[in-house]
Design a protein around this ligand. Sequence first.
Ligand code: SF4
Ligand code: SF4
Length: 86
Amino acid sequence: MIKFDMDKCNGCRICVKVCPQGVIGMIDKKAYMMDYESCMECGACRLNCEPNAIRLTKGTGCLTAIIKEDILKIAPKNTGCGCSCG
Ligand code: SF4
Ligand code: SF4
């Protein structure tokens, strides 16, 4: 399940652009979910939301997003994969 925090959303539309399913829309400059059934919970929107306005809870596919987030904690963006491969 995915939820948007309307107070944190700044209307940047990044989530709309990165969503591979095209299921995020905008109303009054705030993001909202247009089609919960089609969301594959990949986590792309959450990972790219600067103000951290998107929450993913456990459901089909969201494990991928959680794992990705954990990997980014170990290996922040632009610092490689976190192992010693360089
Ligand atoms: S990326 Fe975050 S801040 Fe930007 S529109 Fe989407 S939910 Fe709002
Ligand atoms: S989790 Fe993936 S499919 Fe679902 S709304 Fe976010 S970017 Fe789109």
